[in-house]
Write a protein that binds this ligand. Structure first.
Ligand code: SF4
Length: 350
């Protein structure tokens, strides 16, 4: 039914030109369209009532003429480490999750791009849901607005960084993700610097090429997790269609076109991808383009994997550093509330 409900268009799905014609047709001035756009994208309004510089009669006309759907927070949990996980209810009752991760200097919001995910990486809780639907750009934008309000309430600070790393594969919902980023970064929207946004992908080669062609400004992270193609295929079935040759070519193309350094995300899983031989394969994989490597501590979900022992991590890091690679170790946040990497899942959706 979305975005048209009962034959009315959603106010956030009409163009500025359509809005201007509507306003002129009811005898209003053109500049009202800019005021309305400011409420929608800069102030993040969630109702016509909030648009206090419009007359009451115009607000009523808008209310009668358009729908205004928006996501709501339906639940949240707080971790002992300050991380907060939120469940967003969408206009059709579907739910996605987002996470706020505070540190001393920043607040990072992790947001979702799809309800569920089709790619079924075996260590990821979201993958067990299967794909339900894509999020609309307004539903992605709403997560940012709602989380930013929560960040101010709980940490007395605005969101400083966003990672598209929640539920779903952002490059399989390309247009909506790009439109949400445009609104979040636009001076007429939320005005966040593109350099504070990271899009995380498991490696959809055509999508990476499109980022390059579109002059994508934010950061790009590749959730590689294993640099042995056969092993990766067993646990990340997407590798079958997006093989390493295609993937590397796309990453080289992205680097050539944008000058980007790619962040490699690598979950350390005991006895699967954490040997020195695995580190050597990772080093070889990354040769054609500049990278920074984030090694991530794994959180046990119901997948049956275990996190790597410290000794394995140490040797892995030593090898990569001996090859002059930039390596960071990321400890998971929000483990006690299932908010950490790979743990986002909303049970019971249909
Ligand atoms: S890791 Fe990402 S791509 Fe893989 S199943 Fe989970 S959400 Fe989908």
């Amino acid at each position: 039914m979305h975005p048209i409900i009962q034959n009315m268009k959603d106010i956030r799905h009409i163009s500025q030109e359509e809005l201007v014609s509507f306003l002129l047709s009811i005898g209003e001035k053109k500049f009202r369209a800019s005021q309305i756009a400011e409420w929608l994208w800069k102030k993040g309004a969630a109702s016509f009532e909030e648009m206090s510089n419009l007359s009451q009669s115009l607000r009523s006309r808008l209310q009668e003429s358009f729908t205004f759907t928006h996501a709501e927070i339906s639940d949240h949990r707080q971790s002992t480490d300050g991380t907060r996980k939120y469940i967003f209810r969408l206009h059709d009752g579907k739910q996605v999750e987002g996470v706020l991760i505070p540190t001393e200097t920043r607040v990072t919001a992790c947001i979702s791009s799809q309800v569920g995910c089709a790619l079924r990486c075996s260590f990821c809780a979201t993958g067990t849901m299967g794909f339900i639907r894509n999020l609309d750009f307004t539903e992605i934008f709403d997560q940012f607005i709602l989380l930013d309000k929560e960040a101010q309430t709980n940490y007395n600070q605005h969101i400083t960084n966003i990672v598209y790393m929640g539920m779903g594969e952002p490059l399989l919902n390309y247009d909506a993700v790009m439109r949400s980023i445009a609104l979040i970064t636009s001076p007429n929207g939320q005005g966040l610097s593109p350099s504070r946004i990271t899009l995380s992908t498991v490696g959809i080669a055509p999508g990476i090429r499109k980022l390059a062609d579109d002059g994508f400004k934010p950061e790009v992270a590749l959730s590689l997790h294993c640099a042995d193609e056969l092993k990766r295929r067993q646990r990340m079935p997407v590798t079958e269609t997006q093989n390493f040759e295609k993937l590397r070519e796309a990453l080289v193309y992205l680097h050539e076109k944008t000058g980007k350094r790619i962040t490699i995300e690598y979950l350390m899983l005991k006895n699967w991808n954490d040997s020195v031989e695995d580190a050597r394969k990772l080093f070889r994989f990354c040769q054609p383009f500049p990278v920074k490597i984030n090694l991530i501590e794994y959180n046990s979900t119901e997948s049956g994997y275990e996190k790597s022992p410290e000794e394995n991590v140490r040797k892995f890091v030593e090898f990569l550093e001996s090859k002059n690679m930039v390596v960071n170790i990321r400890h998971s946040r929000g483990k006690d509330i299932d908010a950490a990497c790979g743990q986002l899942v909303k049970k019971g959706q249909n």
